[in-house]
Design a protein around this ligand. Sequence first.
Ligand SMILES: Nc1ncnc2c1ncn2[C@@H]1O[C@H](COP(=O)(O)OP(=O)(O)OP(=O)(O)O)[C@@H](O)[C@H]1O
Length: 259
Amino acid sequence: MILELKQVTKAYPVRRRRKGWFNKQDSGQAAVKQVSLELQRGECLGLVGESGSGKSTLAQCILRLESLTSGEIWLNHQPIHTGRMKDIHLYKRIQLVAQDSSSSLHPRMIIRDILEEPIRNYFPERKAQALDICLSLLESVGLDAECLEKYPSQLSGGQKQRVCIARALAVEPEIILFDESVANLDTETQASVLDMLKRAQVERQLSYLFITHDLQSTRPFCDRIAVMYQGEIVEIFQEWDKDLLQHEYTRTLFQTLTE
Ligand SMILES: Nc1ncnc2c1ncn2[C@@H]1O[C@H](COP(=O)(O)OP(=O)(O)OP(=O)(O)O)[C@@H](O)[C@H]1O
């Protein structure tokens, strides 16, 4: 197993108005409750749940963008929740592709600079080959070489999303977290991006955590599905057989499937 979450809980503090002069901070309702989850090397694990069920919070906890209230996260048998591993080492091993590609790409950098940045940071010895690497990354996500000299604002939403994926691949991480990364794409582009991700996963032995509210999109793509409901993992399944389901919410999700 490459990533292990043990009893992870995250409660955001809530400011409550009290009589008098001050606001007091209480620990509020937990967004993530006692989540235990394992991601195997080379696996694509789907994390499905309705809006507000805690999926993004879990991804943020894995990347230490949010601190844990309790619990542990282990990356290949090394603890990452303790903060001892430096951010640069963590991000070398785990990359995030978020939903909103526009805000994740620097508006004043051309695509070539955006893709060369991780190469310079993580593989300084490859500086001389950086352009060739950028071209091969663009090819692997189905973009033309002419994108290199463009700014993000000159690309479509689907093209920007592909650039974000190429940038994550440039780091050569072991794990990629996709947080609603294809949700904004039309059905055809979504299918071609997922196809490309599957190929990259097999070629590079990557592990994926694929976060989405859309169960349908996980079907051809994920090896296992974890279902999140009100902050908890209520079910993990592999077989697409509704008779084997344990939880009422998963049964409701199955009704949204088109075949
Ligand atoms: N920074 C924050 N401060 C306080 N509460 C937060 C914060 N971020 C998220 N929450 C709350 O935590 C809960 C889980 O939110 P989260 O974004 O993780 O859900 P989600 O399943 O990813 O939803 P979506 O699919 O809409 O992105 C929600 O109730 C949300 O309001």
